[in-house]
Design a protein around this ligand. Structure first.
Ligand code: IPD
Ligand code: CA
Length: 271
């Protein structure tokens, strides 16, 4: 790529914050009557779509040779070497209910890995970002995963995918195994922001399956550059297809992985 990654990241940060301003502005007059349903309990509104149009236009100007994988389908991917992976509003249900967090998530990847990631969480005005080989940052300050290594102290985020039928039995068994044996369990509702929270040392782990690549691409590199680890439920690294996503500070990874391996037979087909 001609353009320097760090220079590109600066421009992507501006795009993410511009989209974030749009989300915040529209939230002030948001009317639930404009919400459409894509699938059971999976919603979208004109705000997701407007944010995506804005992001795709800006990113196309920045790197015309790159394709797009976007949640609302504005961009297209035709096998280009570079690809933007975009969630214009992660945490749509939170947004609809005026509940935090919700964010914009933008990643650039090549054919093998994520090169840069930017997540802008609108409610707390938090900009997380990282480039391949560099450090991870939150609002200009370097961030690192926590050093908690004991499961009993681990603060864990769970995600419940829209494919409830395929995930329910696994989720219930997971809760049975963790509840009362860890520092706390939380459902936050915005996967991209949650991965950044592990990167910033606020949480120790996050578990979900059957989500979109746009939910995790940016968070993946931010977590990795902050010292974290992401695998599928068998321990295979970097599951960017988002079929099974287990993220952690690395230190509690193996212990939780044993549980996931035990319970993964309960997962349906998903996706
Ligand atoms: C959803 C959120 C949620 C996760 C879902 C995702 P969306 O993304 O990240 O936390 O549990 O699986 O689909 O629909 O708000 O962009
Ligand atoms: Ca979304």
């Amino acid at each position: 790529m001609e353009t320097d990654l760090y220079k590109l990241a600066e421009a992507v940060k501006t795009v993410a914050m511009e989209a974030g301003s749009l989300l915040r502005r529209e939230r002030q007059t948001f009317d639930r009557g404009c919400v459409e349903q894509k699938a059971a309990h999976d919603y979208v509104s004109y705000v997701d779509k407007a944010s995506e149009r804005l992001i795709v236009t800006r990113l196309h100007d920045l790197l015309p040779e790159a394709g797009f994988v976007t949640e609302e389908g504005t961009g297209v991917f035709g096998g280009e070497e570079y690809c933007w992976v975009v969630d214009p509003l992660d945490g749509t249900s939170n947004y609809i209910h005026d509940n935090a967090p919700y964010c914009v998530s933008i990643a650039l990847r090549d054919r093998t890995e994520v090169l840069l990631g930017v997540v802008y969480e609108c409610c707390r005005d938090e900009l997380f970002w990282a480039c391949k080989g560099g450090k991870a940052f939150l609002n200009g300050k370097e961030i690192h995963v926590s050093d908690v290594s004991v499961l009993d102290q681990a603060f864990i985020e769970l995600g419940f995918p829209y494919k409830a039928g395929d995930y329910r039995e696994f989720a219930l068994q997971l809760i049975r195994s963790l509840y009362g044996h860890v520092g706390g369990l939380r459902l936050m509702g915005a996967a991209a922001a949650e991965l950044c929270y592990i990167a910033a040392g606020r949480f120790e782990a996050r578990i979900e399956a059957f989500i979109g690549p746009w939910d995790i691409a940016a968070g993946h590199i931010i977590l990795k550059q902050a010292g974290g680890r992401m695998t599928d439920f068998s321990g295979n690294p970097d599951p960017l297809d988002a079929r099974e996503v287990f993220a952690s500070n690395g230190r509690v990874h193996e212990e939780i992985l044993q549980l996931l391996k035990t319970h993964k037979g309960l997962l349906g087909q998903g996706l």
